[in-house]
Design a protein around this ligand. Structure first.
Ligand code: HEC
Length: 153
């Protein structure tokens, strides 16, 4: 019994000795990688943004859907966005070739979150100094706009 107790004590001490060592290793690790508060891909090709849209599967362009999207875009977005030049907001022509479909739809459906919790959105807000409003669009509307934007250059 006594021997077992000693063994136990020895094991506890061993563990106690090892712990700080492990902790130091972990500390230097997190210092070295310097993980930002919200770890996000910095490449626009990977950045899906933040919001309700997690995954969009793209098929060849659906012309009818793109036409619907164009109408919504003209009614709701062109007050601030041009296709080919900066306006109140950034130019959006050809954006579907530069940013992910998820990012684009999340910007439409969750502009507050995108300018608060997404690095690219934060930078845009800093640059344009206007906050894009949430236009309360339905997911289907945002999807149609995305289809239209895919047809633009
Ligand atoms: C009142 C002006 C305004 C309206 C209306 C508006 N936006 Fe924006 N949008 C902005 C601004 C300003 C930004 C830059 C981010 C910010 O400051 O909020 C932006 C950013 C974006 C971005 C990100 C662009 C990039 O380069 O990453 C997308 C996509 C976008 N808007 C799409 C739309 C769509 C689609 C609509 C219509 C449904 C729309 N916006 C309506 C002002 C507006």
């Amino acid at each position: 019994m006594k021997k077992l107790g000693l063994l136990f004590l020895a094991m506890v001490m061993l563990c106690a000795c090892q712990k700080p060592e492990n902790a130091t290793v972990k500390n230097t690790e997190s210092k070295n990688t310097d993980v930002p508060k919200q770890s996000q891909p910095t490449s626009p090709q990977l950045d899906k943004g933040v919001g309700p849209i997690k995954e969009v599967k793209l098929d060849p362009i659906d012309k009818k859907l793109a036409k619907t999207g164009k109408l919504i875009f003209e009614g709701k977005c062109m007050a601030c966005h041009k296709l080919d030049k900066k306006f109140s907001g950034p130019p959006l022509g050809g954006i579907a070739g530069k940013k992910t479909p998820e990012y684009i739809m999340n910007f439409i459906l969750n502009p507050e979150g995108m300018t608060k919790d997404n690095l690219s959105g934060q930078a845009l807000l800093e640059q344009y100094l206007t906050a894009m409003p949430n236009l309360q669009l339905k997911t289907d509307d945002a999807r149609a706009i995305l289809e239209y934007l895919r047809t633009t250059k």
